[in-house]
Design a binder for this molecule. Structure first.
Ligand SMILES: [Fe+2]
Length: 219
């Protein structure tokens, strides 16, 4: 079950740490009233990816964030939802992973988003919607996704795997240390699981040619 005692405790501890770090690392002055909040958030994420201490370097910005945001944008056009909430959540959904690493990045990410958006005077009720999208975006951490915004963020995250074959191979070959045969098998199985996770016909229609191509190549 999500939201148990240990998770709440973890969240309290992380909130203190993150609050200190985000205020310390803020690199841009508060925006002008009319500055585009989505652009501001995109720049914040890109700057965090560029920092030498970024956990996975700059590559995730190019190979994960950009396609993921593009899918979130396209899905919103097809399925509806609040585009501002969706695009802000899409840019921020993995910020916890960039700053602190993958473990609990749905929790750290939501807290970083809260700090950052508060510093930009973003309305509290909208911050809560963004936090829900980030907290519930991980397929590996089952959660109840109630809003279309939450579902689109989780869906776009899954879809983006099909645009990042080199990154999935890198994880298998470099981070997991698999041999080429094992890596090929592992990548194919991972993408088969990702395909099964897709919940909307519109996303399946968008991804199907890439899925079929990759399975053909990796069988
Ligand atoms: Fe992601």
């Amino acid at each position: 079950m999500r939201g148990g005692v240990s998770e709440r405790f973890k969240e309290t501890v992380l909130k203190t740490v993150i609050s200190e770090r985000v205020s310390r690392v803020r690199i841009s002055p508060p925006p002008q009233k009319n500055m585009d909040i989505i652009e501001e958030i995109r720049n914040f994420v890109e700057n965090e990816c560029r920092k030498p201490e970024s956990k996975y370097g700059y590559e995730p910005f190019t190979f994960h964030f950009i396609p993921m945001v593009a899918y979130a944008d396209k899905l919103t056009d097809k399925l509806g939802g609040d585009k501002e909430i969706i695009l802000i959540s899409a840019w921020l959904h993995d910020i916890g992973s960039i700053i602190y690493g993958r473990e609990d990045h749905h929790i750290t990410g939501a807290l970083i988003a809260e700090e950052k958006l508060k510093s930009l005077d973003y309305p509290d009720e909208k911050i809560e919607l963004v936090k829900k999208c980030i907290r519930n975006h991980r397929g590996s951490c089952p959660s109840e996704m109630n809003s279309i915004e939450e579902q689109i963020i989780a869906e776009a995250d899954v879809m983006s795997n099909f645009d990042n074959l080199p990154g999935i191979f890198k994880a298998a070959l470099v981070y997991e240390g698999l041999g080429q045969g094992e890596a090929k098998e592992s990548v194919r199985k991972k993408l088969e699981r990702k395909w099964e996770q897709l919940r909307f016909d519109d996303s399946k229609a968008m991804i199907r040619p890439k899925y079929e191509a990759v399975i053909l190549l990796l069988k």
